[in-house]
Design a protein around this ligand. Sequence first.
Ligand SMILES: NC(=O)c1ccc[n+]([C@@H]2O[C@H](COP(=O)([O-])OP(=O)(O)OC[C@H]3O[C@@H](n4cnc5c(N)ncnc54)[C@H](O)[C@@H]3O)[C@@H](O)[C@H]2O)c1
Length: 268
Amino acid sequence: MKLANKVAVITGAATGLGRATAIGAAREGARLVLADIDEAGGEATAKLISAEGGTAHFVHTDLSQSADVRRLMDTVGEHFGHLDILINPAAILVDAGTRIDEYSEESWRRVIDVNLTGSFLLLKYAVPLLQKAGGGVVLLVISGAGVLGGSASLPYGSSKGGVRGLVLVAREQLRPLNIRIHAVSPGEMATNMKLGAIREMAEKAGHSADEAERESRPGLSPPEDSAAKLIDLASDAGAAAGDAVTIFDGDWDIETHSLRTPTNRRLQ
Ligand SMILES: NC(=O)c1ccc[n+]([C@@H]2O[C@H](COP(=O)([O-])OP(=O)(O)OC[C@H]3O[C@@H](n4cnc5c(N)ncnc54)[C@H](O)[C@@H]3O)[C@@H](O)[C@H]2O)c1
């Protein structure tokens, strides 16, 4: 098993990539503390994992709230005393397709608070627990949006570029602590976030949301595909990724222990 006995925190565990990663990690032997703002969805994932014989505690968490993130990490400390792996897929994308002069300040702040400040808070309060394990792995999920190109949403793309910057800066501090950190960009997945943005953009353009969703589905992959890559990268074999900062879906080849594309190298 790739993650036997590892203690992992996985956010966004109610649905999409976070849920798929949580279920996959438990099947690979990890003991989990799950976080999400969606209590019913997060509890359902934890129950499914327990029913399969795994270990998962769910903590209702709004990542933008320091007290919530501290409680999350306190729970890790109480149950396990240390942390080996932090994976942060939780994020929001709101007001897709809204032009900057019409974009609300409230929405901007909320997205930055959840996606960027949330990543900072998670990392800040995870580091002491990772140190107790003698080091570990942190995977912060970003996107091509705001990193390789534009985005349907101003603060979403900006926040993902910000998280990549956070990883670039933090890795220098974390290296001496034996903590490996990557910004990981999954491919396009058929999840609530992606499908919601596609529907919203279509409606704003006066097109049928159902038709737009139907047309886009063949180009989207199941979140389980990207979850499997996160799990490989979080495993001991993932150490072969070395110092690569940003890893794009499909570019990390766990079999050959190499990063495939020149694009990726340019962005490190
Ligand atoms: N879906 C795609 O095509 C795609 C593409 C590139 C990158 N990504 C990234 O992958 C990650 C997962 O995306 P997804 O498509 O599974 O999204 P999703 O919307 O399906 O799931 C996101 C999860 O985060 C949770 N969440 C939202 N706000 C929260 C908060 N304040 N505190 C805690 N949890 C909160 C939601 O409840 C949900 O369970 C995100 O970081 C996203 O930016 C997705």
